[in-house]
Design a binder for this molecule. Structure first.
Ligand SMILES: Nc1ncnc2c1ncn2[C@@H]1O[C@H](COP(=O)(O)OP(=O)(O)O)[C@@H](O)[C@H]1O
Ligand SMILES: [Mg+2]
Length: 234
């Protein structure tokens, strides 16, 4: 089963002298139930690609089909609806609200879709923060805050989880743990995770590794025996 089919996608920012070709004729198929890593140096177009897939922005040309529907034809309101129903986002900056507890931060976002406290608690348990739900962001480490932001993204059980360098601000060991948690969640839910990084080590856990350079796809590698996630001890 395919989720996304990306066809001849280009994104050009600005015009004339200030023109930047951020994506240059990218074509790609993204199957369901996959942990996909997009690898590339800073400025290679990773975030631009992820933002198009997540319906945050529109391309200059090309198509993105999601289960046959062309996302590039959606109205602003339909794009919002698509994000709400299908997508979870995790960013490098955790974007937690400082005056809300871990639980309230997760509930706050799930409110859009459902009002279940249970779902928020389950999501926090899934990232190993069961005992921290009443803590405020200021009382949590960077890795813990990122886990809250992952819980927030997964609480609504999105079909697609988009992660834009979520480990970028963390030390290597904590970063690997975050990755293991995401991998575990992906295996358990059979959803699609797309994970951006510039760290080659991280790519070892992926089912598929896509390398981007200067807005173009350099290679797509299927990893036949990705490293299985190990049980995470926090
Ligand atoms: N909103 C924007 N306006 C102008 N240029 C942009 C904008 N966003 C990204 N770019 C440019 O597009 C290129 C790709 O950026 P980006 O997708 O953020 O790369 P990456 O995530 O791989 O670091 C870069 O040259 C960047 O400066
Ligand atoms: Mg980026």
């Amino acid at each position: 089963m395919t989720t996304f089919q990306i066809k001849n996608l280009s994104k050009i920012y600005g015009s004339d002298e200030s023109k930047v070709v951020a994506l240059d004729n990218v074509s790609l198929m993204i199957p369901k139930n996959r942990f996909l890593v997009i690898l590339g140096e800073s400025g290679s177009g990773k975030s631009t690609l992820l933002n198009m897939i997540g319906c945050m922005d529109k391309p200059t040309s090309g198509k993105i089909l999601f289960e046959g529907q062309d996302l590039t034809q959606l109205s602003k309101a339909q794009m919002t609806e698509f994000r709400k129903n299908k997508i979870g986002f995790v960013f490098q900056s955790y974007n937690l609200l400082p005056d809300l507890s871990a639980l309230e931060n997760v509930e706050f976002s799930t409110e859009l879709v459902s009002k279940s406290k249970n779902e928020a608690e389950q999501a926090l348990a899934a990232v190993g923060l069961k005992d921290r739900i009443t803590h405020f962001p200021g009382e949590l480490s960077g890795g813990e805050q990122q886990r809250v932001s992952i819980a927030r993204a997964i609480a609504k059980k999105p079909e697609i989880l988009l992660c834009d360098e979520p480990t970028g601000a963390l030390d290597f060991e904590t970063g690997i743990k975050i990755l293991e948690v995401l991998k575990e969640i992906q295996s358990a839910t059979e959803n699609t995770v797309i994970f951006i990084t510039h760290n080659k080590e991280i790519a070892k856990i992926a089912d598929t590794v896509i390398r981007l350079r200067s807005g173009k796809i350099l290679s797509i590698e299927e990893n036949l025996s990705p490293l299985a996630p190990t049980e995470v001890e926090w």
